[in-house]
Design a binder for this molecule. Structure first.
Ligand code: ADP
Ligand code: DP6
Ligand code: CO
Length: 351
């Protein structure tokens, strides 16, 4: 039996992915761009063991066994990594035939799962990265990103630290649809993220299901597809120039447009709640206090009610004070951007 443990971080998009042109291969309708958060605080930690004694692939998520027999996306990740391992075994007969063994996956998120804090991103990135370590794969991070994409679209961006674009690609087989790093975390150390946990409850509509309904029913979505390319260019430039003004405005506008598209879905999908909307108003009120008219903070919301606030370091203390004053009891904490890290060969324990 061989066992490996790795962790992977979440990433929070500032230009949102929402919509697939191919649901099997997970190919998106538009490019997206995100910031990878530090995994010191928010991460998925995944342990995988492979043994010839195991009779089937099994997964425990947050201590509870999940039925993965019909989970195609998870099997995509198993199939792709096993195929790469199999090639290695064919070339070198002395290698243990790990590609023929079943696996047991044990994963823990140290933050709310399925609540709009990108657990599918860190979870599937951790799965693919851990499989790659388990199988000793000699592949690039880009290749792993392409595989993670087939587990959950947003997961392809969690393979990189810093500022990361997911280029939708053109190829029908998805060979050019993967993440690329726009700038490393060290490029903009002054930028910080505050995660405000408004609710840790599982969302009513999963991202996968929600975006499919949007593609099928929202006329506004077509307009969004015309708008995103310009925003991608503007956002990349803003990041490269560390231009917080443009970064902040585009981030807030894109979050708002994503939620507008959810509302335009028929029947509508509501991810924001009253507290989320109150935080939006608070950030705009805070920005309007700026004597020179400059933006001091930007909010963004994924498919859930939880806010992520991006701001320059110098404003963070004030923002935390404001949030804790108006929303006492809310669990807010700062997280920094960071690349990702591996803990290999840790024991899985009794199985
Ligand atoms: P989120 O906003 O948290 O990304 P999604 O609806 O996109 O929510 O995805 C949630 C799903 O992702 C979970 O129901 C589970 O199937 C999967 N997932 C989350 N965390 C992990 C993990 N650590 N390992 C494997 N799968 C995970
Ligand atoms: C709103 O990657 O969770 O967070 O590909 O179906 O697994 P699947 O969806 P997922 O969608 C994320 C949507 C989003 C925006 C983003 O992360 O870009
Ligand atoms: Co997700």
């Amino acid at each position: 039996m061989k066992t490996v443990t790795c962790t992977a971080p979440v990433n929070i998009a500032v230009i949102k992915y929402w919509g697939k042109r191919d649901t099997e291969l997970i190919l998106p309708t538009n490019d997206s761009l995100s910031v990878t958060l530090s995994q010191d605080i928010l991460h998925s930690k995944t342990t995988i063991s492979a043994s010839k004694e195991y009779t089937q692939d099994r997964l425990w998520l947050n201590g509870k066994e999940e039925d993965i027999t019909k989970n195609k996306r998870m099997h995509n990740c198993f199939r792709e990594t096993r195929a790469l391992r199999q090639k290695m075994e064919q070339a070198d007969a002395s290698l243990e035939p790990l590609s023929t063994y079943n696996v047991r996956v044990c994963s823990e998120n140290n933050f709310p799962t399925a609540a709009g804090l990108a657990s599918s991103a860190s979870g599937l990135a951790a799965l693919v990265y851990t499989l790659a370590q388990l199988f000793d794969l000699d592949v690039t991070v880009s290749e792993l990103s392409r595989i993670a994409r087939q587990g959950s679209g947003s997961a392809c961006r969690s393979l990189f630290g810093g500022f990361v674009a997911w280029e939708k690609g053109e190829a029908k087989d998805g060979s050019d649809s993967m993440a690329v790093q726009v700038a490393p975390e060290s490029h903009w150390p002054d930028l910080e993220a505050l995660v405000c946990v408004v609710s840790d409850a599982k969302k009513g509509t999963s991202s996968t299901e929600g975006m499919q309904h949007t593609v099928q029913s929202s006329p506004l979505m077509q307009e969004r597809l015309n708008i995103v390319p310009g925003r991608m260019e503007g956002m990349k430039k803003a990041i490269l120039e560390r231009d917080f003004q443009t970064f902040a405005e585009l981030t807030m506008r894109d979050s708002n447009q994503f939620h507008a598209v959810c509302l335009d879905t028929y029947p509508p999908i509501f991810y924001l709640n009253d507290t989320s909307r109150a935080i939006i108003r608070l950030v705009h009120a805070y920005n309007s206090t700026s004597p020179d008219g400059k933006l001091k903070a930007a909010y963004t919301y994924d498919a859930g009610p939880n806010a992520v606030i991006y701001a320059p370091k110098e404003n963070m203390r004030e923002i935390i004070q404001l949030i804790s004053h108006y929303f006492p009891g809310q669990d807010a904490a700062t997280y920094f951007t960071d690349p990702y890290n591996v803990i290999a060969d840790a024991p899985l324990g009794q199985d």
